[in-house]
Design a protein around this ligand. Structure first.
Ligand code: NAD
Length: 331
């Protein structure tokens, strides 16, 4: 008798998810159904009859959602991302296990951070718009060089380390803060306040936790150099957006490069070009000429998407075959 296929309900799925997951699942080992809806307590019943829910960064598994999933027979949550701040791990019923994709391509995120930084400091975003209008004026396009500048890296894990390597290639002076410094590395660690004081550029690569929430806030901004450039490719909640906006308006902050932003779940991954966005802080940030926003796309490379699909399906297979999985999240 043919084995029953493991049924996966994929939430918040887009064309790209389908393309890469179907490639990896070309032998049809899994039955994957793709839902555009985000997973939350209102949509959790869609997972009835599925052993697995596969979720992304803006799905939300709180206590209530997890209880509905358990009641409906879900046994495994397969995160197709690294961060898991959107899951209430403590309140996850024992009968549901969970795994993430801890590393799929740290280069994708590190390179995106650099792409945003170069765009910002060499005013490429402005030049692109100008030349498209046949405006070849150079006024206000004066940038600055990265060589010799001090970059402060918050979080020196997989992505932070790749980012640091690229920065070294530019001849930048790298300092870093990490709650758990890697003493085996050659990274120059400093206290958080020193990093805020000394950096010309600050790039955030730590996870969003209770300790790191709003690590960039009014107080930390007040300690920074005038004109500092802030890059966030990690999680929106690491920066207090209102404090950031005030810092930009007062010119204390020279520029911001944001791939993630507080409240992104309400707008990111959707086309609002014909609608009114309600988040005033986001509207004002986007309106500033020295703010570059990308909609959580740092991971969006062929290599990363392929690795994500591969590891996610391997996690599921491993769990159902052996009852455990090496990427399982402990709680
Ligand atoms: P990692 O676990 O390898 O590294 C995280 C580092 O942060 C570790 O060295 C850890 O010690 C440090 N850290 C933890 N708490 C800290 C704190 N309070 N202050 C300072 N440092 C702290 O993770 P990673 O693979 O490098 O990913 C980093 C983050 O990048 C993820 O948590 C995720 O939020 C984000 N991310 C974003 C995207 C994107 O598309 N924008 C994609 C993948 C990951």
């Amino acid at each position: 008798m043919e084995h029953e296929k493991i049924k996966i309900a994929m939430f918040d799925s887009k064309t790209n998810d389908k393309r890469f997951f179907e490639q990896v699942n070309s032998d049809g080992k899994f039955k994957i159904d793709y839902f555009e809806e985000r997973l939350n307590f209102k949509t959790a019943s869609l997972a009835t009859g599925y052993e697995v829910v596969c979720i992304f960064t803006n799905d939300n598994i709180d206590k209530k959602t997890a209880e509905i999933l358990e009641k409906n027979g879900v046994k495994f949550i397969a995160l197709r991302c690294a961060g898991y701040n959107n899951v209430d791990l403590k309140n996850l019923p024992k009968g549901i296990r969970i795994a993430n994709v801890p590393a799929y391509s740290p280069y994708a995120i590190a390179e995106h951070a650099i792409a945003m930084l170069l765009t910002s400091v060499r005013r490429i975003h402005k030049a692109y718009n100008r030349t498209k209008m046949f405006n070849f004026d150079l006024d206000d396009l004066v940038g600055f060089e990265l060589h010799g500048k001090t970059v402060g890296v918050i979080g020196t894990g997989r992505i932070g380390k790749k980012f640091i390597n690229i920065c070294r290639g530019f001849g930048m002076n790298v300092i870093a803060y990490d709650k758990y410094p890697d003493e085996t590395s050659k990274i120059k660690y400093v206290e958080k306040d020193e990093l805020f004081r000394e950096s010309d550029i600050i790039s955030i690569h730590c996870p969003l936790t209770n300790f790191s929430k709003h690590i960039i806030n009014r107080n930390s901004i007040s300690k920074m150099k005038k004109g500092v450039v802030i890059i966030n490719t990690s999680r929106g909640g690491l920066i207090d957006s209102d404090a950031l906006l005030d810092g930009l308006k007062s010119k204390k902050i020279g520029a911001a490069c944001l791939d993630v932003i507080e409240g992104e779940a309400d707008v990111f991954f959707h086309d609002f070009s014909n609608h009114i966005v309600k988040d005033d802080t986001l509207i004002r940030l986007i309106a500033l000429p020295n703010v570059i926003v990308t909609s959580h796309q740092a991971f969006l490379t062929e290599e990363a998407l392929s690795n994500i699909a591969d590891t996610t399906l391997k996690n599921i297979e491993e769990f159902f075959r052996m009852g455990k999985c090496k990427n399982e999240l402990q709680r």
